[in-house]
Design a protein around this ligand. Structure first.
Ligand code: ADP
Ligand code: MG
Length: 264
């Protein structure tokens, strides 16, 4: 049983506070969804948990089974069992996916000879073309291919806790179903705990959340069951905004839903 515990986390960038006291606990096998308007701090949360440089932690704590995550280097966080599927996966010319995964297995003391077969198996599970496996990491991949690439890495690496930052963006409906189903299976097969950041409920049809949290202006305004995602789908975030939000900044316009049913 693994537990990622985020307590009173405050963080900012360039002197501006973005996360204003986040409390979240994700345990093995659990799926927590974080939904919130653009600019509410969702990606900042994922970056601070994984240790991306440039963010300043102003207070609070993040621990993995009691170990202080915030003092670890990003690679140490990965070896401790944390995984981030990035909203905008980085292109790394000259390094192929299989090179990267072999290096990762070797660094973690796992048998690198297993990587190839695992990659092929994972590619099959999510319908990802095997020709991508030896190509430079994310270079010239479509948005959806990058997201499948992230999902494949998750399947091969078997982290204990995964943060998925808008895994659904750029994925077409079939790929979205395949990826979210694969992650749901990981929660059952290896006890993966998931923090799934998403705008849209559809990620959460195959990847069923135990808890949904609504993040607004760097604060969790409400936590509840999957029905909260239905409220967001129906009414947007209006129900979670207060008067002080209108004064602080006009709400960002809702992103058009690329999968909206044109017939309503
Ligand atoms: P979300 O993922 O919820 O859309 P972000 O966490 O990306 O929101 O951003 C929250 C706020 O912090 C935004 O106003 C954004 O412009 C700002 N921000 C995030 N990262 C940076 C950065 N590296 N430099 C400057 N501003 C940033
Ligand atoms: Mg974001």
């Amino acid at each position: 049983m693994t537990e990622l515990r985020i307590e009173g986390l405050r963080a900012g960038v360039l002197g501006r506070e973005i996360l204003r006291g986040i409390d979240l606990v994700v345990r093995s096998g659990e799926v927590h969804a974080v939904m919130g308007p653009n600019g509410s701090g969702k990606s900042t949360l994922s970056h601070v948990v994984m240790g991306r440089p440039g963010y300043e932690v102003l207070g609070g704590a993040v621990t993995l089974d009691g170990a202080d995550v915030l003092t670890m280097e990003p690679w140490q966080r990965a070896q401790a069992g944390l995984f981030l599927a990035m909203q905008y996966p980085t292109e790394v010319p000259g390094v192929s996916l299989d090179d990267m995964l072999v290096a990762s297995f070797t660094a973690a003391g796992r048998d690198p000879d297993e990587v190839r077969a695992r990659m092929v198996g994972e590619a099959e599970r999510i319908g990802f073309d095997a020709r991508f496996l030896t190509r430079p990491l994310n270079v010239d991949l479509s948005g959806g291919e990058k997201k499948r690439n992230e999902t494949l890495q998750l399947g091969v690496l078997e982290p204990r806790i995964a943060v998925l930052d808008e895994l659904d963006s750029g994925l077409d409906v079939d790929a979205l179903r395949a990826c979210s189903r694969r992650i749901e299976q990981a929660t059952e097969e290896t006890g993966l705990g998931v923090l799934a950041i998403t705008h849209y409920r559809r990620l959460l049809t195959e990847l069923r959340p135990d808890v949904v949290h609504i993040l607004v202006r760097g604060e969790i305004r409400q936590s509840g069951g999957p029905e909260l995602a239905d409220v967001v789908e129906r009414e947007g975030y209006a129900a979670f905004l207060g008067d002080e939000d209108a004064e602080a900044a006009p709400p960002a316009p809702a992103e058009p839903d690329p999968f909206a049913d044109p017939l309503g």
